[in-house]
Design a binder for this molecule. Structure first.
Ligand SMILES: [Fe+2]
Ligand SMILES: [Fe+2]
Length: 175
């Protein structure tokens, strides 16, 4: 599976989960908990692995820098909405407005990724490289899956650092 297929597969899955979430009625509490948990469990590993494997490969190129930094910002925004949604869900407060905001934000983000970011990537990576990136992406996700919220935020910050800082950060993050 190449990186485009791997990312598309995840994108379609999360879009499906978001559609189910916003169609729930107020009394589907267990299903709501479960869908939000699944979105969290899929989205965070996807985003961290995507940053490490794809974004950072494109960020060093003039053609990719601007769109990749825009993508990072959208990851931060979507994850903030997800955190608010998790809290609203737990305390059983009105959650649907936030769920709809998250759905819109992610649909917009995914659309840009699959058009603008993919088109830069297609110009830069050979087919073989796209396959290698796909493998690396899939291999990385399970490791991120078990991380808590704080660790995943630290991972985002680490992905955002210029490459020359990565080795320093590895040391400070060792546990
Ligand atoms: Fe993505
Ligand atoms: Fe993304």
């Amino acid at each position: 599976m190449d990186i485009y297929e791997a990312l598309r597969k995840d994108h379609d899955k999360v879009k499906g989960l978001l559609n189910r979430l916003v169609s729930l009625t107020q009394d589907n509490i267990d299903e709501r908990h479960s869908i939000i948990e699944q979105i969290r469990g899929d989205l965070i590993p996807h985003a961290r692995a995507e940053e490490a494997v794809l974004y950072n490969a494109l960020r060093s190129l003039d053609a990719g820098k601007k769109i990749v930094m825009h993508g990072y910002r959208e990851h931060i925004e979507a994850e903030s909405l997800l955190r608010i949604l998790q809290v609203l869900d737990k305390v059983d407060m009105e959650w649907k407005t936030t769920a709809n905001k998250l759905k819109e934000a992610l649909e917009h983000h995914i659309r840009e990724e699959e058009t603008e970011i993919f088109s830069v990537a297609h110009q830069v990576f050979s087919e073989e490289e796209a396959h290698m990136l796909g493998e690396a992406f899939e291999a990385m996700k399970p490791e991120i899956k078990e991380e808590g919220m704080m660790k995943s935020t630290l991972e985002l910050m680490k992905n955002l650092m210029p490459p020359r800082f990565h080795s320093i950060n590895d040391v400070s993050n060792r546990h």
